[in-house]
Design a protein around this ligand. Sequence first.
Ligand code: SF4
Length: 182
Amino acid sequence: MSDWDLLEKECYECVKCKLHQTRKNVVIERGNREADLMLIGEAPGANEDELGKPFVGQAGKLLDMALYSMGIYEKDVYICNIVKCRPPNNQNPTEEEAASCISYLERQISLVNPKVIVLLGSVALKYLIRSELSITKARGTWLAYNKIDVMPTFHPAALLRDESKKTMMWKDIKKAWIRAQE
Ligand code: SF4
């Protein structure tokens, strides 16, 4: 069994936190496992839970649009979340849920071994980097995770509420994409 197969199996069978009780599907990934650019959000929503894929709802469509406009396609990125099961009522994952799930994400990062990680939103920033900075302050600045360059930016769902963040998110992803290609 490959490392990926093992990871998938463990995630599909996981009952480490209470989110397993309400999930329809475990949401692990979409995109290319060999991509240089990895995007990490916070948690699956209703559409993702239904389809078993991350970022496939309205926010995901907006993210895809941003990527396509820069000539970045699904083959160029690997997309996942901090937690693999949907928190009820689209709440943010708790400290406990994130702590239970983070080792799967750490394994994903190590297997993909991307050049650059984009963190989508404050929850991803908090749980991967342990940063208490607000996303508004941290976005657009380079951080690091185990020697991998990290670019925090807004979660696409935030853009659905506030269009003025669009240009900033586009800029951040563009910066990350350029570095991933260097
Ligand atoms: S969220 Fe993560 S830790 Fe919790 S049950 Fe799902 S896969 Fe397991």
